[in-house]
Design a binder for this molecule. Structure first.
Ligand code: AMP
Ligand code: MG
Ligand code: MG
Length: 307
């Protein structure tokens, strides 16, 4: 490995390749049709794709960065990982970038990697394949700064043999893998959950009075809608999302000029000892949207329910 490159670039470059490999595992399991669904909790599924994709990503990153803290959504598995699931290539485009000065001295102990091997599992199991993403988020001293969002089924309806698409971002450097776009100026579009809604989630949406609500799966997919100009805000007034759902999306969105906080407008902490649930919900806005003014519209009743 090119050890001469700063850790943050090597880590993002490896994460991009590992997420792509995980995406192929996810597609292969769906093609075989053996999803092996397990219920982890109420309205919370896990499939063989979630388990295998996590083993691929964690084995690949651990081999290259043995002393790094990596936290994955799924329980660790002690089964041997097939050798072709362990990838140690680096994404050359990411590696070729000039590392912002603020990361030059970052070392292993400053970093936590948050892995959601398959975000949007309910949608995957229901065949809504373009809602699925693979998320690898990199936090430095508790801040979400680097992220990879891989879409294993990007364009799959047009291109049957798709290899998906990999988006990456590093705050202070920028983004790659797609063309950022701004949402329309003549209407206000909010995206939210399609499978984890309740009365409080809906009250937060009503208070924002959107012209349109896009109910889609996955935190990764919803942040993609923000950075591709398809929605202005992502609002989820519920404690259901976890740190692995928001770390990579927050980093990519921030690198694009947007913002992701809880519904009180406060940043989440992604240090290694934090609790996993994002108990104060998710409030994210695209570049150019006044995050603070929108957060102020959230009613007391919703804030009280999440405090
Ligand atoms: P959604 O927007 O509903 O697709 O959720 C985004 C992410 O948060 C997905 O990984 C979901 O599995 C997770 N999530 C949201 N709400 C819940 C919940 N009530 N229970 C378990 N996971 C949830
Ligand atoms: Mg998830
Ligand atoms: Mg997941």
């Amino acid at each position: 490995m090119a050890q001469s490159h700063p850790l943050i670039l090597r880590l993002l470059a490896s994460s991009a390749v590992a997420a792509g490999r995980a995406g192929k595992i996810i597609r292969d399991i769906m093609s075989r049709g053996e999803l092996g669904i397990v219920e982890k909790g109420k309205n919370d599924l896990q499939t063989e794709a979630d388990r295998s994709a996590q083993r691929c990503i964690i084995a690949s990153l651990s081999q290259q960065f043995p002393s790094l803290t990596i936290i994955g959504e799924e329980e660790p598995s002690h089964c041997e990982v097939p050798s072709d699931w362990i990838v140690t290539d680096l994404d050359q485009e990411i590696l070729s970038k000039r590392c912002p000065n603020e990361y030059l001295e970052v070392s292993d102990k400053d970093v936590v990697v948050w892995v959601d091997p398959l975000d949007g599992t309910s949608e995957y199991a229901q065949g809504l394949l373009d809602h699925v993403t693979v998320l690898v988020g990199v936090s430095v001293k508790g801040k979400a700064v680097g992220g990879v969002i891989h879409q294993p089924y990007h364009n799959y309806q047009i291109q049957k043999d798709t290899n998906g698409r990999t988006i990456w971002g590093l705050v202070g450097l920028g983004v790659g893998g797609f063309e950022p776009a701004s949402p329309p100026s003549n209407k206000f579009i909010v995206t939210t959950t399609r499978s984890h809604s309740d009365g409080i989630v809906q009250k937060a949406l009503d208070a924002l009075n959107p012209d349109e609500i896009l109910r889609v799966g996955g935190a990764g997919h919803k942040v993609m809608l923000l950075i591709e100009g398809k929605a202005h805000a992502y609002v989820f007034a519920s404690k259901g999302c976890k740190k692995w759902d928001t770390c990579a999306p927050e980093a990519v969105l921030t690198a694009c000029g947007g913002k992701l906080t809880n519904i009180f407008g406060e940043n989440y902490d992604y240090s290694k000892d934090v609790e996993y649930p994002n108990k104060k919900g998710v409030f994210a806005t695209a570049k150019g949207i006044d995050h603070g003014s929108l957060v102020k519209k959230i009613p007391e009743e919703v804030l009280n329910a999440l405090s």
